[in-house]
Design a binder for this molecule. Structure first.
Ligand code: ARG
Ligand code: ZN
Length: 881
């Protein structure tokens, strides 16, 4: 356990290494508790570097057992070792030299799941961001690229598989009961992309023929017996490979592409060159055990990791400040892939919901940071929704500003110019500036200024002049370390609709650049005049969420209802319905707090039910419409002095009124949206299930008895329907015989399947209300729960903290005290996991004073702990600041 508080790393301090790494040759002699790693590294001193400069390598929890320089033992006087570095002095001034470093590591004891560790009897690695230094002493930074040869020696019976990056060179027996395998990765790569997997796994195999007619072997490794559950992942992989060729012109570059699914993993998955390692949650699926959401996630994450082969691996990051260069861009690519494979507007709605519920609170709270940060204390804490999702939005805005042709040209230039490089955000932006001739300096503020911009809009129509005037103002809120902000370059897509819902096209637009439907807001305040508009238009602003902003625009319910019916952009229709619902929901929360009766506006009910029943709309879209802004959305809108109980009760009161008003429609949808026949995970069928299940939720609410949900539970033939019915029972009818029986049946049926156990835990951890804390504590005693598995911890502790506003934010502060204890328990074992779960407290200052005081006390309890990881120390300090 590290007890130091961690050094702050600054972007401004970047400089290249003194020594250039030419080649890496690794030999592993696997042993569960004492694996021997021999690293042969060939370096030369960079031109111009002082001839006396020592070589300083990174290391963490290593035991050094040998050090040779050009095959000669290095005398003790020539090197020194600390708990962080190996420093070697008196090295050749110009000639290349070979350093042979032998270290002993203990994979079994590696509970933080960084470096080489064991999971379910399998050896596996996770090196991003700084895990390779836990394997051997190394210049462990992303701008040090080299080709790797890897030899793995292991017990043959226990480890029939010995895998690493690149192409397989060969293997053979190796003494008694052992064998070895050799791999060579010709593509120079940084250490964070290194991977090794060894053990005994089942496999499914397929092939892909690339655009230049090369045949690539595809293998997905899973636990024996689970092979059939990898079929969907394989299908998604082949579709990803094809799509990247067709849309981005990117071809795969090795003879083999492998994916390994493991059950203990700190995050979703990892794009190691040619050998992706996945959390098995994002590989394994069949109708009986996976929901439609699981299928969609698998498709997206398989694509994401595959797309990294070009955006991340062939072109990597110069330093970790550039993380968004690979992550934001790759998220954008996987979003586009899913949009092409599924419904584009529905995908966009889901993205924006996610962005607003995860990234906006981060950007508006104590953990706010720019998409490209300038300093960090613990890089693992910067794998954030700002770097990933806002990073993706920034890439999307470049595409919006340039148009698709120039965007494609810019991407092509980026791939051509920077292939093999460790690049920067500036390199990336320069490609788009160059192909478009546009100055993107102001636009680049999106990378540098944290905080969600607020755009305020107002408009007026002048019938005699036939002009429509739009006044826009922008403001970027202060964030930690950034008090004053410059105005941003904000691309706002917009449409004008006539009062009968037809699009209107202005003859001329003054006061802003306006191309096709994109208005460029670049000043703090800007007035834009649309000419030759024959009648008062209804303005649809920030279509398809072209900019990740908060928009204040007072539109009448009638205008919003018109947009909801007639906009050609379906995202905008959904946005209009949301804007219609928000003030009503917020008023319901206030009324609940003031103990006044809650009333739902008829315009909202009509608009929602009209959309829900509209058969010209996709079922998946209609399901999104019925999924009203969440409690977290309302808390964010309210901003301060929040009472999660009132938010819950106010929102439920509105839902009940919609449920009563729409009984017939919901009953018809529940009937009509059935998906008879064999289960298919395709997007259209998933959409029908989503709409049917939304209808079931409303029906159960107005029935006010569990009977219908119990019947749905008993009749379900797939996990989507089954888990949805169970959620209704557990959340709306807690402690009824029906709910208890369903929970027990579910447990008995699936207790051998850890991924389904996670669903069982999460459904219970998200039951609204103060009683859930005790339930979570009781579940922690269940033999199915273990703190050793990150998925289990996230399902139970993470769900309570992130996804249960009333259960976590108990008025007595019990939820916060529980979380503090858990963080302190998890931290010594797995700091990354502890730090991530602690971010659930990031909005504590927006709670009402009693809860906020309890939250602060719990945070201070963590802060006072004597031994904290750098990860948790960094988060708790920033949250409390
Ligand atoms: N690069 C991985 C991805 O595809 C995630 C790695 C996360 N690493 C970490 N230390 N948190 O997004
Ligand atoms: Zn990624």
């Amino acid at each position: 356990m590290r007890t130091d508080i961690g050094q702050i790393v600054h972007l401004a301090d970047y400089r290249p290494t003194d020594f250039v790494l030419e080649r890496v040759d690794l030999t592993f002699e696997l042993d569960p508790t004492a694996t021997k790693v021999e690293a042969r590294l060939i370096f030369h001193r960079r031109e111009g570097v002082d001839a006396t400069a020592p070589l300083i390598l990174d290391g963490d929890e290593l035991s050094l057992s040998g050090l040779l320089l050009d095959q000669e033992e290095v005398p003790a006087s020539q090197y020194s070792v600390t708990d962080k570095n190996l420093t070697v002095r008196d090295l050749p001034s110009t000639l290349p030299f070979e350093l042979t470093i032998t270290t002993i590591i203990n994979p079994e004891a590696n509970t933080q799941l960084m470096g080489l560790y064991r999971t379910g009897g399998i050896y596996c690695t996770q090196c991003e961001a700084e895990g390779f230094r836990r394997i051997t002493y190394f210049p462990d930074r992303p701008d040090v690229l080299a080709p790797y040869t890897v030899n793995i020696i292991g017990d043959k019976a226990a480890n029939p598989l010995l895998l690493s990056n690149g192409n397989f060179l060969g293997g053979a027996g190796y003494g008694e009961g052992k064998h070895f395998a050799a791999w060579f990765d010709p593509h120079p790569k940084p250490s964070y992309l290194f991977a090794l997997v060894a053990g005994d796994l089942g496999v499914i195999e397929d092939t892909f023929v690339t655009m230049s007619e090369r045949e690539v072997t595809l293998k997905i490794y899973v636990e024996h017996g689970k092979e059939p559950r990898a079929a969907y992942a394989m299908d998604a992989l082949k579709r990803s490979m094809k799509w990247d060729e067709e849309v981005f012109g990117r071809e795969y570059d090795l003879d083999i592409f492998m994916i390994v699914a493991v059950s203990d993993f700190n995050m979703g998955a990892m794009e190691n060159k040619g050998l992706n390692v996945f959390n098995d949650k994002y590989v394994l699926a069949d109708p009986e055990t996976a929901t439609d959401a699981d299928y969609a996630n698998i498709e997206a994450i398989i694509a994401h990791e595959y797309f990294h082969n070009w955006t991340g691996n062939r072109i990597t990051c110069r330093d970790w400040f550039q993380l968004c260069l690979k992550e934001g861009l790759t998220v954008f690519r996987d979003h586009e892939f899913s949009a092409d494979q599924r419904s584009r507007p529905v995908k966009r709605i889901a993205e924006v919901r996610h962005l607003k519920s995860e990234q906006f609170p981060e950007d508006g709270g104590p953990l706010a940071h720019p998409v490209r940060p300038t300093k960090y204390r613990e890089i693992n804490n910067f794998y954030t929704t700002t770097v990933y999702e806002k990073g993706s939005e920034v890439t999307r805005m470049i595409a919006t500003l340039l148009g698709s042709d120039l965007f494609k040209k810019g991407m092509d230039l980026y791939f051509e110019r920077h292939d093999g490089d460790a690049a920067t955000v500036e390199d990336f932006v320069a490609c788009f500036a160059e192909v478009s001739g546009r100055d993107l300096t102001q636009f680049s503020l999106w990378y540098h200024q944290a905080g969600t911009p607020l755009v305020t809009a107002s408009c007026a129509y002048d019938a005699s002049a036939r002009t429509f005037t739009l006044s826009l103002e922008q403001m970027v809120p202060a964030t930690p370390g950034q008090s004053a902000k410059e105005p941003m370059h904000i691309p706002l897509r917009l449409g004008l609709l006539s009062e009968d819902g037809k699009p209107m096209t202005p003859a001329k637009v003054e006061g802003a650049e306006f191309t096709t439907d994109v208005l460029h807001l670049v000043e703090r305040a800007q007035t834009v005049v649309f000419h030759d508009i024959p009648s008062r238009p209804v303005l649809s602003l920030n279509r398809s969420f072209s900019a990740p902003i908060n928009l204040h625009f007072d539109q009448s319910a009638a205008d919003l209802a018109l947009i909801a019916r007639f906009e050609s952009d379906h995202f905008a229709r959904w946005q209009a319905l949301t804007d219609l619902a928000l003030p009503i929901l917020l008023r319901a929360v206030q009324d609940t707090r003031n103990r006044a009766p809650v009333a739902c506006d008829q315009t909202l009910i009509d608009a929602l039910l009209t959309a829900a029943a509209d058969e010209t709309l996709e079922p998946a879209f209609r399901a999104q419409v019925l999924n009203l802004p969440s409690e977290a959305d309302l808390a964010r809108e309210l901003g301060a002095n929040n009472d999660p109980d009132a938010i819950h009760a106010g929102r439920q009161a509105i839902l009940s009124q919609i449920a009563d008003a729409g009984r017939d429609i919901f009953a018809a949808l529940h009937e009509g949206m059935a998906t008879p026949g064999d289960f298919s995970p395709d997007a259209a069928s998933a959409g029908r299930r989503a709409l049917r299940n939304a209808a079931l939720g409303f029906l159960s609410l107005s029935d006010n008895t569990p009977a219908r949900a119990k019947a749905a539970f008993d009749a379900a033939n797939n996990m989507t329907d089954l888990s949805h019915a169970l959620t209704i029972l557990a959340h709306r009818f807690p402690e009824t015989a029906e709910a208890n029986e369903a929970l027990a049946t579910f447990k008995t049926r699936f207790e051998d399947n850890a991924l389904v156990v996670d669903k069982w835990l999460a459904i219970q951890a998200s039951v609204p209300g103060a009683a859930t804390l005790q339930r979570v504590q009781a579940l922690m005693q269940d033999p199915l729960f273990t703190r050793a598995n990150p998925n289990r911890v996230r399902a139970l502790v993470g769900t309570l903290a992130f996804n249960n506003p009333t259960g976590f934010n108990r008025a007595d502060g019990g939820g916060y005290r529980f979380l503090a204890e858990e963080i302190l328990t998890i931290d010594p074992r797995n700091p990354q996991l502890a730090a991530r779960i602690l971010t659930s407290m990031r909005s504590w200052r927006s709670l009402e004073p009693v809860r906020a005081d309890h939250a602060r006390a719990a945070l201070m309890q963590i802060e006072r702990a004597e031994e904290l990881s750098t990860d948790v120390r960094d988060i708790v300090d920033r949250i409390l600041k």
